[in-house]
Write a protein that binds this ligand. Structure first.
Ligand code: NAI
Ligand code: MG
Length: 349
């Protein structure tokens, strides 16, 4: 059986880190894997006039998994919102029904010194953020209008229906069952109606998972707890906006945003795998981006879309060895270039 993998590098450092993921896939030399490139983000806008051309969407839909680099080309900053590079990733998430975003943040052995936290606080971080990805304020009605008194007013509507909360809650509880059995649901139920519904539905779903210990936390407290005692978290279940913010916070607890991978899953087998960071225009084209988040996303692809735990573990172990051997990019205080890091991982497979 042939599995088709779509490689959507995007723009900025997306291009450089995708080159390393592709190099790794070719080095693994797995039978029945076909790789196909497609443009998206700023690159696609400049070539085809749209950040997510239909041809790219079709390739994504017809693949078994999508590896996604990053988008965010600043030369597109002044375009209408629907033409901006970020629409590529938002469009893929909604068109492909990618509602479940898994973002693991684990302290790798020997990396405690790179955390923004003191080593005694960061040493035992091992959490999984389960972020809802198809709803919330990102997909609600939005616009600009004038108030009665003539002031400019921007608005973005935040909403969740109970089915959206239920299906992500099941993902969170199942993930907790395969880990330490603890799930912390993060919301702002003291202020937001969407959060009240979120909490009610999560409590309903919890009845089906008596073996999982459920707790609730307001998002402001969760941000504080994450830097105070991050070791307390196992699975964090949360909405789109809170999950976006908390996962960047989690990344600095374990060392660098350049280490955090993610999986975006649908009801079926198709998944999209990408680093949690953006296209980092400030360092693009310099070969100093850390490709490990992209490479670890590739490992997640083998685990979740290709049912190949063996290869997933092999890649993760090679990454751990690379770090343990002190082959570090600038983000972690080292000097290794993007491609040197990619080569080092391949050498340790
Ligand atoms: P960013 O994640 O691109 O960069 C934040 C900071 O982290 C920068 O200083 C950057 O140099 C650094 N950084 C990020 N990835 C790194 C890596 N692999 N190695 C070393 N350093 C790394 O976020 P920012 O600057 O807020 O956004 C830049 C553009 O990316 C924006 O247009 C934004 O909308 C877009 N973006 C796209 C995402 C995606 O494609 N899924 C996600 C987040 C942002
Ligand atoms: Mg983000």
């Amino acid at each position: 059986m042939v599995s088709q993998i779509a490689l959507l590098a995007g723009d900025g450092i997306g291009i450089e880190i995708m080159a390393e993921a592709e190099k790794l896939l070719r080095a693994l030399d797995i039978k029945g894997l076909s790789l196909i490139h497609a443009d998206c983000g700023g690159t696609a806008y400049h070539k085809h006039g749209h950040p997510l051309p239909k041809a790219t969407l079709d390739i994504a839909k017809n693949s078994d998994a999508i590896l996604f680099g990053a988008v965010g080309d600043p030369s597109c900053d002044n375009l209408d919102r629907h033409l901006r590079p970020e629409q590529a990733v938002l469009g893929l998430r909604s068109e492909l029904g990618l509602f479940a975003n898994l973002r693991p943040a684990k302290m790798m052995s020997g990396m405690e010194g790179s955390s923004s936290l003191r080593a005694n606080i960061s040493q035992n971080i091992d959490m999984l953020i389960v972020r809802e990805l198809n709803g919330d304020v990102y997909f609600g009605e939005k616009g600009m209008r004038q108030t009665d008194t003539g002031l400019r007013q921007g608005y973005d509507i935040m909403s969740y229906d109970e089915d959206e909360v239920r299906r992500i809650a099941h993902v969170g509880f199942k993930a907790a069952q395969g880990r330490q059995g603890k799930l912390c649901s993060v919301d702002k139920a003291n202020v937001l109606e969407t959060s009240q519904l979120w909490r009610d539905v999560v409590i309903e779903v919890a009845a089906e998972y008596p073996d999982v210990e459920l707790s609730h936390m307001y998002v402001d407290n969760a941000a504080m707890q994450m830097v105070k005692a991050p070791g307390q978290f196992d699975v964090i279940l949360t909405g789109n906006l809170f999950g976006d913010i908390l996962s960047d916070l989690a990344s600095m607890c374990v060392g660098s945003i350049g280490l955090l991978a993610s999986a975006s899953l649908s009801q079926g087998r198709l998944g999209l795998y990408e680093p949690i960071h953006g296209s980092a225009p400030d360092i693009a084209g310099q070969q100093i981006a850390n490709p490990l988040a992209m490479i670890l996303s590739t490992a997640m692809m083998f685990r979740h879309s290709l049912d190949n735990e063996e290869i997933a573990a092999k890649i993760e172990q090679a990454v751990a060895k690379t770090l343990a051997d002190n082959i570090l990019g600038r983000d972690l205080g080292g000097l290794a270039s993007t491609s040197e890091i990619g080569d080092a991982v391949i050498a340790r497979l």
